[in-house]
Design a protein around this ligand. Sequence first.
Ligand code: C2E
Ligand code: MG
Ligand code: MG
Length: 560
Amino acid sequence: MTDCFNQKLAVVLIDLDRFKHVNDTLGHPIGDALLKQIAVRLMSILSDGKAAYRIGGDEFSVIITNVQQQSEVMDFADHIIKLIKEQFIIEGFELNITASIGISQSPEDGSTVESLMKNADAALYFAKSKGRDQSQFYSSSLNVQSFKFFSLSNDLRKALEKDELFLHYMPRVQAQTMEIVGVEALLRWNHPDWGQVSPAEFIPIAEETGLIVPIGEWVLREACMQSRRWHSMGLPPITVSVNFSVQQLLQRNILQTIDRIVGETGLPPERLEIEITESSFISNEKVVTELLLELKKRKIKVSLDDFGTGYSSLYLLKRLALDTIKIDRSFVEEMMTESSNRSIVECIIRLAGELKMQVVAEGVENKEQFDYLREQRCDEIQGYYFSRPVEPESIVQLLSKRPFMEPASLRRSKEPAVNRRQNFRIDLTHCLLAEMTITMFKGRSIRLGSTEVFVRNIGPGGLRFMVGVKLPVNSDILLKFKTRMDNQMYVLYGFIVWYNELDNDIHEYGVQFQWSEQENDELVNALHILDTRQRDGIPPQTQIYVGDPMLRIKELKKIN
Ligand code: C2E
Ligand code: MG
Ligand code: MG
């Protein structure tokens, strides 16, 4: 379809938030009835020039023709959000649901059905990524982060069949003996355009779309098979832990699936541990409790992950058939500097002892933390202090060196030793602020909003910047930077040639310029001026950031 529209038109794409959860917990007939009631509510607010459609599943769309003002569309979207938020009563259940909305408009956001739908969909994903229960317009919405989210959402469906998923394993070390007693399987995605994607970025997408069920099954099978492979190499036996999302736990046939995989792979069940989070119990306490008892009968272990971050009831802890508690990294991270975190950690260790559970501290990065936890008699340690998550071959290396595990000297990110740029460059005392966006993606030009980045050094050949988004080293992705130096705007284009992880989710990149909208001489000149001026203090009429860029990036992440 390539119809052109001559009038101003808006596509309003509506998607219910966590609708799958209703289906999973209350069953499809209730889910169906809910969809019907939503359709009725939608129809009730249609006026002239508006038509509503069900696109499929829990997605609806309203086409508004002859739009006079954008505010009209905005009001309409707000109205829908309010309407859906009003409680539904279905067969005695009181259901509260929210919706996210993406909006595209012609002619600005496209003039064909395909492009308008695609862009409304992108805006919808942006609304979801910003916390759901809201509407977003395409034109104003897409920055680099949301573009990545959108593109990952599109591609995840195919990732399994294209064999792009794989597992890394992170050792768990016995604190007193320093033996490796287990590994945690952690999912990785090798995306053709975005490079290695962290689970923090795509597990939420998998959960939202329900893809977590087949993906989770794949993870379980792969981890069990890997464990068998290690065993058949004559390596000492260890436990393998696998993370489970709540949707997996709520699958009706979850026990059969686990039994089947354990049976097929021949892994002794006591070598398998399933990690669940506290949030799994919210509104599913009964189902999950029963499941845990069944797992216990099979000798499969269960641990409570990220302990301390969710809702916890001590009473629940006692009743559940749990083997292990994993203290969340956030407590360990600030343990040595904040006494309240130290008290929490001590309490958890003591509590686990009383309840006869094992306790694992996650996120241990240095000797000080390790020594302290060992002194407190924490059973096991997991963290970069011993090892990052690694490929299965490295586990072979580590296991064959048993019984002792040596701390991995923490590899602090280093600036690449060689200066890859031939020209001179200026190290900036204070970062230069720039607006960064992607302008070309795999040979196609795209139009996105921009993201704030911090330039640490710059020369005529390239620059080095920091940002909270993980970007790939990929010459198919052309970046555009816009910044102001000495009262003149500079627009520079280039691609990433190297990258470093500076801290959790803060990345640093080296960019090689392809071209700039200014003459090279002009840029060289401006850089010389910048260099001279910064020796005298803060260069005037230049976009300088005087604070700590790391703190600012963390702050920006919280806002978005
Ligand atoms: P998690 O289960 O709490 O896993 C531990 C995470 O903490 C891992 O991040 C690990 O790399 C990180 N970590 C451990 N020690 C340290 C440390 O000392 N320093 C730092 N900076 N990080 C440390 P990763 O691999 O990015 O996984 C993030 C989360 O994604 C996991 O948190 C888990 O909730 C989820 N996830 C990973 N794989 C799967 C999976 O197969 N299924 C499901 N449902 N979720 C998964
Ligand atoms: Mg885990
Ligand atoms: Mg954890």
